[in-house]
Design a protein around this ligand. Structure first.
Ligand SMILES: [Zn+2]
Length: 263
């Protein structure tokens, strides 16, 4: 990926590219969003639409959910045949429902067994305004029954002389907000899943690096369980923690409306 740039001075995430091709765009949300929200191409701000005008000025409205892996990439695999790429889709259905109950619009980076690129997934998030991004993994390590939240490690913004920051530093201006969001979600997870950390951790997470929004990775342990029902039982608690985290985070995410402001 070249120096596709993020406009540092604006939170309106309209990128020159790489917008996903129409075939890769997430399908409209059935049935709620398809009846209440017009579909619009990625990369185009929704502020011109009447619905957008109502819902997009209040700040955080959209949660982009990224079921990791998929397609030819099964992700982590357990000895019992458990595939990370399948389980995360099941989790995301429940996370989505919990978020929609809290009034969030949910956009998914994949609906089925596809494998969009890292950049395609980030582009889905970066095309939204007032969004947070959650990538969901089932790890092959860690104490089964625990959940960890990660934010990207520190990234120097590397802004060029035009005030533009490169695509692969898109996360840099959002790291503080990502930590705030991550700590909230991790806190709710720790209450529910004993043995989980109390606070968010930093790691080099490729998917987060190119995402121009508060962004976290949620990693559930683990694919090594004998019975996948042990993982299925965790899904409602994970969904609840993410929805509560997003709801609690919402007031602290004020999207700048004036040029020159940073998130
Ligand atoms: Zn994974």
């Amino acid at each position: 990926m070249g120096l596709l740039s993020v406009a540092l001075f604006s939170a309106v995430m309209v990128f020159p590219s790489p917008a996903p091709s129409p075939a890769q765009q997430p399908a409209p949300t059935p049935p709620l969003a398809s009846s209440s929200l017009p579909s619009r191409p990625e990369g185009v701000s929704g502020s011109a639409s009447p619905v957008g005008a109502q819902t997009q000025q209040a700040g955080l409205n959209v949660v982009v959910l990224d079921p990791a892996h998929g397609g030819t990439d099964p992700g982590a695999r357990g000895t019992g045949g458990i595939r990370e790429s399948e389980i995360v889709l099941d989790f995301v259905i429940q996370v989505r429902r919990a978020l929609e109950l809290q009034g969030f619009q949910v956009v998914q980076t994949r609906q089925g067994n596809e494998n969009p690129s890292f950049d395609d997934r980030s582009a889905t998030a970066n095309a939204q305004r007032g969004a947070v991004f959650v990538t969901l993994h089932i790890s092959s390590t860690g104490l089964p029954g625990t959940v960890r939240v990660y934010v990207n490690s520190d990234l120097p913004p590397l802004a060029d002389s035009n005030g533009l920051i490169p695509w692969d530093r898109a996360q840099a201006p959002f790291l503080g907000l990502s930590r705030t969001f991550g700590d909230l979600v991790q806190g709710f997870l720790a209450q529910r899943f004993k043995g989980s950390p109390e606070t968010v951790q930093a790691a080099s997470v490729r998917q987060l690096r190119t995402t121009a929004a508060p962004a976290i990775a949620v990693e559930v342990s683990s694919v090594t369980v004998e019975d996948r029902a042990d993982l299925d039982r965790m899904a409602p608690g994970v969904a609840d923690a993410i929805a509560r985290g997003a709801t609690t985070f919402k007031p602290s995410y004020v999207i700048p409306s004036s040029p020159g402001a940073l998130p």
